[in-house]
Design a protein around this ligand. Sequence first.
Ligand SMILES: *Cc1c(COP(=O)(O)O)cnc(C)c1O
Length: 451
Amino acid sequence: MTSKPVAAAVRRERAVRAAVEQGLLGQDQPVVGLLDVAGIRAAAAELRAAFEEIVAPGTPVLHAFAVKAAALVPVLRLLADEGLGCEVASPGELALARAAGVGPERIVLDSPAKTTAELREALGLGIAVNADNPQELDRLGELLQPQAGPPGPLGLRVNPQVGGGSIGALSTATATSKFGVALQDEGAREWVVRAFAERPWLTRLHAHVGSQGCPLELMAAGVRATYELAEEINETVGRQQIDTLDIGGGLPVNFGSDGITPSYREYAQLLLATVPGLFDGRYGLVTEFGRSLLAKAGLVLARVEYAKSAGGRPIAVTHAGAQLATRTVFDPESWPLRVETYDAEGRPKTAGPDGPVAQDIAGPCCFAGDLVAQNRPLPELAAGDLVGLLDTGAYYFSHHFAYNSLPRPGVYGFTAGGGDEVRFATVREPQTVEEIVTESGAAHATSLAEL
Ligand SMILES: *Cc1c(COP(=O)(O)O)cnc(C)c1O
């Protein structure tokens, strides 16, 4: 069901106007990212409430935010303030979680290519680790021996092979997915049961079926298969060795309107109906949602530098293209974005007497396909107007594509509470040209010519 869509849209509108008034967007900053703090808090509260409703009293539940969805320290800190932890998949993401002050008991490390050094660091910190494959499990076992303090909870990722969703690149439970131990492969299930029996320190199973594009039923089927495996293992070893299931993330986001569909509640209720035994108090739970916590709270706001036309097609040339909306530009069918139009003062534009005009919304990158929307009917844009790319709070800000050496834009959080006041806080400074030059080898300027 939809949840406060009007309020979120009103907050967004006020924030856009205030961003212009307060000079966040200007001649030298033609594109910014904005995050709605109230929207993020509301999503976190809905997630907590949805699972509180279905678990037995006293069940330990950790909602670990998938850091890759918004790798921004203040965002991780805000979510920690809402009781969430972090799911990390690289040394960089782990460092961000720690910089946000997230404690080791609230961090989960998953990744398909952890090095020995990463595993050693994770064990030393006492964070939870999910091994991806038999070789990594062996490595973990070897590292455990000289380990002084007790490690954090250790688990194994499995691929229940329940199938894919509508976006192949984000479907992690296909027959040949690179993630986890493929459960339905010949002999794999027996191997997993034995692996647990031989390793009493292994106490968790992990599965993440996929992200955007996966139906809830498919995700629930993956959780069910993982639960059944946990039951089989515990029965085989004769004790509750697996005490926690990490069910991953993947709740899809509605990119078509302000409605929050599906909701955490819908998914939690489906899980309860599909896997009732998982919630009877015998198992702790870890979730790893990313996109659904942040997407709807974010907006990219960019200036239209020029409005032109080609072959009869009006084109608004803006400062938001593939460097920010990489997936949308390269795979527009899978990642369509809503585009909102504003005038130079940040007021919503309305269509003229002849109605909306089909336009291309182009970005600043030097390749023809750099379009975030094609032939989209919108109020006719003019130079100096603004466009808003909606629902971009997850993945868009932290997956910058350095094409044309375009800088990462600044990201600002806002509150648009009672009264007219909109307050902004810096989440990330805009990248400067000097930083780009430094990162591009300026210190080694003569190294090749002198070799
Ligand atoms: C990406 C990822 C997530 C988060 O997925 P969302 O679709 O953003 O909720 C969770 N767990 C793992 C292992 C992932 O790779």
